[in-house]
Design a protein around this ligand. Structure first.
Ligand code: FE2
Ligand code: FE2
Length: 301
């Protein structure tokens, strides 16, 4: 098993420490993590929790999602699938916690989930299998619970130490989801851990290429939403064309999945071609924002 070691503590949503800094996430550590819990957590449908359904519908109306979700049938199919996603209540509380404290993270979690459903629909035919896969989407960033809010919402370049803390969200999410689902083998936990890995090994937490369709789907949806959404460190977001060009570039460079990127480009075409017939131009016509501090380390650090 790959040696995952925590660089920071993992705390639950109430602040209690589950695992300390330096803990190696061995099979035994993960097994004992939840064995002390008395009973299974209560569950609830994601879309029935508080205002999640109406928030999601509101997000669909904002550009460029209004283009992707403009087709009423596509939107209904998406809601039908999303409506069957059931999560443990502490996981829903953790997700909803961001609605008040870091709205960007909350909106991002739900939009990545929605995108991942419409992409997965194109690639997975079996409805039951599809549902098992897509339920891993909304919680991919839940580990941000273990990152200080000042880091999540900082408007200036992060220091090296802050970057390391931000990256901690991948393993923290793996631990938290294993704990709340009471199952260290659950796909949601794996997706949280691996969604920042890259196919060329340039990602984190380990720097390995991961062969898993849902991780590829979340990876692409995650990068896309991050590019087109306003972020604390980037007042101007990428326009849709530039974002899709950037995804195409990353797919061509072997960083992200080519087929998943192609599905997303096809979903953005007004003519709605099937992704297998979607011709992707390598010509660059978009204009990415000039003030982009993503990944920039504070020069004074
Ligand atoms: Fe993330
Ligand atoms: Fe994310």
């Amino acid at each position: 098993m790959t040696d995952y070691r925590l660089t920071h503590p993992v705390t639950d949503r109430k602040g209690a420490t589950l695992l300390a800094t330096g803990t190696h996430l061995t099979h035994q550590v993960m097994e004992t993590l939840f064995s002390g819990q008395a009973a299974a957590n209560k569950t609830c449908r994601l879309l029935d929790y508080q205002q999640i359904r109406s928030d999601l519908l509101g997000f669909f109306a904002s550009s460029p999602y209004d283009l992707i979700f403009q087709d009423a049938r596509r939107q209904q199919e998406l809601l039908d699938i999303a409506g069957d996603v059931v999560l443990p209540e502490p996981v829903l509380e953790s997700l909803y916690h961001f609605r008040k404290l870091d709205f960007y993270t909350y909106r991002h979690a739900l939009l990545v989930f929605a995108l991942s459903i419409i992409i997965a629909r194109e690639l997975i035919d079996d409805r039951a299998a599809l549902l098992q896969e897509v339920m891993a989407g909304p919680t991919h960033d839940v580990g941000k619970l273990c990152v200080p809010l000042e880091v999540l919402t900082k408007e200036k370049p992060l220091t090296k130490a802050e970057h390391a803390h931000l990256r901690h969200h991948a393993l923290a999410g793996y631990v938290l989801l294993s704990y709340y689902f009471q199952d260290p083998g659950i796909l949601a936990a794996e997706v949280a851990r691996d969604h920042h890995e890259r196919r060329d090994g340039s990602g984190y937490p380990i720097g390995v290429s991961v062969d898993n369709l849902m991780i590829d789907i979340i990876m692409v949806s995650d990068v896309y939403d991050a590019l087109i959404s306003p972020r604390p460190y980037r007042p101007v977001s990428f326009d849709n064309r530039s974002a899709l060009e950037e995804l195409t570039r990353q797919a061509e460079a072997g960083i992200i999945s080519e087929i998943v990127a192609r599905v997303l480009v096809a979903l953005n075409r007004r003519s709605q071609p099937h992704f297998s017939r979607c011709v992707i131009s390598t010509e660059r016509r978009g204009s990415p924002p000039s003030k982009n501090l993503y990944g920039v380390i504070d020069p004074n650090d």
